[in-house]
Design a protein around this ligand. Structure first.
Ligand SMILES: Nc1ncnc2c1ncn2[C@@H]1O[C@H](COP(=O)(O)OP(=O)(O)OP(=O)(O)O)[C@@H](O)[C@H]1O
Length: 362
C-alpha cells in the first residue's frame, strides 16, 4: 500500500458564479488521519472534498498533497481516490471488471489488473462474489466493491462523499466500524464528508465543522464536544445549551455575563470588552435540577416539556433568556425527584462546566 500523505489546504476558495461556496479556508489534515467534514446542507463540505479530489476547480488558493502542490492536477494524477455517495458502479460489468476499471484506463495488462482487482476484493471480503454484477449485491456489499475500486490505485488519500447515506441504520453502524478498521489497516489519510454528528464523532481523529463556507472548528472529537469553539458548533453538535448575553464585568480571567436584569453567570475567559455580546455553552448532561449551592451557577425557570428516553429524561426549561434550556437527567436522578410541566425549578451547574464560546459576529 502507498504511504499516507498530509493534505494542506491553503486559503482555498470556491466561487460558482455569484455564490461563494468556500471562503478562503486553511487546514492541514495530518498524514494517516481520519478526517470528517461535518456541517449542514450547503455549508461547502462537498465542494471542498471535490477540490481535494480534482473534480472541481479551485477558484483561489492551493492544495498540497504530501510534497506536491496538486492544485492544477487532474484527479488521476493526484494520488487521491474518491468514493461517491451512489457508488457509481457499472451495472454491466462484473465485480472484477468494476474494480479493475481504473487500471484498464491506465493501460495495465488484463491479467495484472484482474489479479490486483481480486486482491482488493479479498481485502474487502468480497472475493466470493467476484463474477457477480452490482445489481446482485446488497447495499453494504456494493459499498465494499466501491471501496475496492477506489483503493485499487493505491491512493495516498481516500475521499468519501457521504459514504454511508445510502445504507439502512443497522448497516450504517456496521459499515462505519468497517471503514474505521480499513483506515487503520491501510494507514492512509481518509477524508469523509457527512452531515451526521454521530458518524463524525464515531470515526474521526479530526472533525472539521463548516458553516456557510467557513471552518468553525477543526479539532479532535472530544475537544469539539468539550470545548466547542463557537455557538454554532455547540448548537450543531447538540447536547449543549447556549446562553447569550453581554459582558457585565471582566476580572482576573473571569467574565461575568448578564443575560436578563439581575441574572448573570460567570465563565472563565478574557479579552472581551464590557458590553460585548458573548455566548456561553453548558452541557445538557452537566445541569442539575434542584441542587443549587454556593459553588454552582444557575437560575430558576419553568419546565415546558419532559421527554422520557429510557436511560435518561430530557427536561426543557424556560428561563435565563432561553425558551429551550435543556437538562438531560439520568432516569435514576429524575425519578428520585420527578418534576412536571409548569413546575418552577432551580437549575445549576459547576463553574467549570460553562464554556466561553467564540466571538459573536455583529
Ligand atoms: N455546481 C454548482 N453551481 C452553483 N452552485 C453550487 C454548485 N455546487 C454547489 N453549489 C452551491 O455551493 C454551496 C455549497 O455547496 P456544497 O455542495 O459544497 O455543500 P454541502 O455542504 O456539501 O451540502 P450538502 O450536504 O447538501 O451536499 C451551496 O450553496 C450550493 O448551492
Amino acid at each position: 500500500m502507498s504511504k499516507a500523505a498530509e493534505i494542506d489546504i491553503a486559503s482555498v476558495s470556491k466561487v460558482y458564479g455569484t455564490t461563494t461556496a468556500v471562503h478562503a479556508i486553511s487546514l492541514k489534515i495530518p498524514a494517516g488521519s481520519y478526517c470528517c467534514f461535518l456541517g449542514p446542507s450547503g455549508c461547502g463540505k462537498t465542494s471542498t472534498l471535490r477540490m481535494i479530489a480534482g473534480h472541481e476547480s479551485i477558484t483561489s488558493g492551493d492544495i498540497r498533497l504530501g510534497n506536491m502542490v496538486v492544485t492544477d492536477f487532474p484527479p488521476a494524477k493526484r494520488g487521491t481516490a474518491m468514493m461517491f455517495q451512489s457508488y457509481a458502479l457499472f451495472p454491466h460489468l462484473d465485480l472484477i471488471d468494476n474494480v479493475a476499471f481504473s487500471l484498464k484506463m491506465k493501460g495495465v495488462d488484463k491479467d495484472v489488473r484482474r489479479a490486483k482487482a481480486l486482491d482488493m476484493l479479498k481485502l474487502m471480503q468480497m472475493e466470493a462474489y467476484a463474477t457477480r454484477r452490482p445489481a446482485q449485491l446488497s447495499g453494504g456489499q456494493q459499498q465494499r466493491v466501491a471501496l475496492a475500486r477506489a483503493l485499487i490505485t493505491d491512493p495516498e488519500a481516500l475521499l468519501l462523499d457521504e459514504p454511508l447515506s445510502a445504507l439502512d441504520p443497522f448497516l450504517k453502524i456496521r459499515m462505519r466500524a468497517e471503514l474505521k478498521k480499513l483506515q487503520k489497516t491501510l494507514g492512509i489519510t481518509f477524508v469523509h464528508v457527512t452531515h451526521s454528528q454521530e458518524e463524525a464523532m464515531a470515526l474521526a481523529d479530526i472533525i472539521v465543522i463548516m458553516n456557510d463556507g467557513r471552518i468553525e472548528q477543526a479539532a479532535a472529537p472530544r475537544q469539539v464536544f468539550e470545548r466547542p469553539a463557537t455557538a454554532f458548533v455547540a448548537r450543531f453538535m447538540g447536547d449543549h445549551n447556549v446562553l447569550s448575553g453581554r459582558v457585565a464585568s471582566s476580572d482576573n480571567g473571569v467574565l461575568t455575563m448578564a443575560v436578563l436584569e439581575g441574572q448573570s453567570f460567570s465563565v472563565r475567559g478574557s479579552g472581551r470588552q464590557v458590553g460585548e455580546a458573548i455566548d456561553i455553552g453548558i452541557r445538557t448532561d452537566r445541569v442539575r435540577l434542584q441542587e443549587a449551592s454556593e459553588k454552582t451557577l444557575g437560575f430558576n425557570g419553568i419546565v415546558s416539556n419532559i421527554e422520557y428516553r429510557g436511560a435518561s429524561v430530557k427536561i426543557t426549561v424556560i428561563g435565563a433568556g432561553s425558551d429551550d434550556f435543556t437538562v438531560i437527567a439520568s432516569d435514576g436522578d429524575y425519578f428520585a425527584k420527578p418534576v412536571s410541566v409548569g413546575d418552577a425549578v432551580s437549575l445549576s451547574w459547576a463553574k467549570e462546566d460553562a464554556v466561553l464560546l467564540g466571538r459573536v459576529s455583529a
